[in-house]
Write a protein that binds this ligand. Structure first.
Ligand code: DCP
Ligand code: MG
Length: 369
């Protein structure tokens, strides 16, 4: 019998790079090694937010999404670094190439993390723990960066596991540990449970997986809606969502930070023309048609705004895209012009097949089975 059980068990690895942007900056600029650095934000603490902080900066309490002002208050000598997204994307590609030595079943979640299904690995290594070790070693040897890995039988547990011994750690949670692990897991650590839901759970006296497990499926659905069904399964360690290698493009976008603040609508329209050109090239290359157009604005005081418009039919021509963003822009300036330092356009909600895919994605995320 044991043989049968083993055959049905999946081997899932979740890899997440440590302080990704910041580690790359420390690698490429030795003067930043061992120093508290922040990628993103502005050195004067005027505005902007932290994309990520080096572990040295985290000792001061600096975190992602914090304002640079707050970061500076926490650590006066923190160094702010302008992000180099092209470099991060290149590194991300190299990491993926390493993954591909072991499996093609790779589902990237962002530039720095991915799920791998190594149930049947290309090199017939067999042990998921061994593969995770080799991947971490290759990332270290070839890219001089560290990654943390979580190894388990499903995506949910693997994802949480990779965070347990971060940075530079590997955590394996095998079938025999899952029950206790899930019962002890704090609800805010649940992958897929947002801060708001976690708070709601706490006010109901639900602090851990064990607390959730005491509720029936119907009770969970009554309290949290459809996602309650997902909670019911996940606290029992049941998650059979597949690793999905072909994620569809969700959006195509471009933005521009101007060398000086734009003060007239004409200048802003010119800025949009240029960005729309870039976008249009990308759109043509991808062959996609979008139904939603989004305009992003960053004002001179670093305040941000986004405005979207969706259409019943996909739009593919540059004139419609431009007319839409210009309208959206004009609509944000009802009482006089506020100076702008950045404009961005993104297109999403791609055609009929894409929406179906997207719906499937959401289903898979929640796995409402
Ligand atoms: N990122 C961002 N804004 C956020 C969170 C993250 O721009 N609010 C970017 C910067 C990170 C990268 O995404 O380097 C990866 O995000 P992670 O959440 O994995 O954070 P790190 O890799 O930086 O740190 P950790 O070691 O905790 O994984
Ligand atoms: Mg990371």
């Amino acid at each position: 019998m044991e043989g049968d059980i083993r055959k049905n068990i999946r081997k899932i690895i979740h890899i997440d790079m440590d302080a990704f942007y910041a580690s790359i900056e420390q690698r490429d600029n030795p003067q930043y090694k061992g120093k508290p650095i922040v990628v993103g934000g502005s050195p004067e603490g005027r505005g902007g937010v932290v994309a990520t902080a080096s572990y040295e900066a985290r000792k001061f309490g600096i975190r992602s999404a914090m304002t640079s002002k707050k970061a500076k208050q926490l650590c006066a000598h923190v160094i702010f670094i302008r992000p180099r997204f092209d470099i991060y994307k290149e590194v991300s590609k190299k990491i993926r190439a390493i993954f591909h030595r072991y499996t093609d079943l790779i589902e990237p979640l962002s530039l720095d993390e991915a799920f791998l299904d190594v149930t049947e690995d290309k090199q017939q290594i067999g042990s998921a723990i061994e593969i995770a070790k080799q991947i971490r070693q290759a990332i270290s040897d070839e890219l001089q960066l560290t990654a943390s890995a979580g190894v388990s039988v499903n995506k949910f547990i693997a994802k949480i596991a990779s965070d347990i011994n971060k940075p530079d750690g590997l955590t394996f949670i095998g079938p025999s540990r899952i029950e206790t692990f899930m019962e002890e897991l704090a609800v805010e650590k649940f992958f897929g449970v947002g801060r708001v839901t976690a708070e709601k759970m706490k006010t109901m006296g639900l602090h851990t997986g064990g607390d959730l497990k005491k509720l029936t499926e119907a009770e969970l659905v009554k309290r949290f809606g459809k996602i309650g069904r997902f909670f019911y399964r996940i606290v029992r360690g049941n998650d059979d969502r597949p690793v999905q290698p072909h994620r569809e493009t969700k959006s195509v976008g471009a933005e521009d930070t101007f060398p000086y603040d734009l003060a007239t609508l004409e200048e802003m329209y010119l800025g949009l023309d240029k960005i729309a050109d870039t976008i249009y090239d990308r759109l043509k290359r991808s062959g996609l048609k979008a139904r939603t157009v989004t305009l992003k604005i960053k004002y001179h005081d670093f305040k941000q705004a986004t405005r979207s418009q969706s259409f019943p039919e996909p739009i593919g021509d540059i004139e419609s895209i431009l007319a839409t963003v210009k309208d959206l822009l004009a609509g944000t300036q009802p009482e006089g012009i506020k100076k702008i330092r950045l404009l961005g356009i993104s297109l999403s909600n791609f055609g009929a097949t894409m929406t179906k895919e997207k719906r499937k994605d959401v289903d898979d995320q929640l796995k409402l089975f």
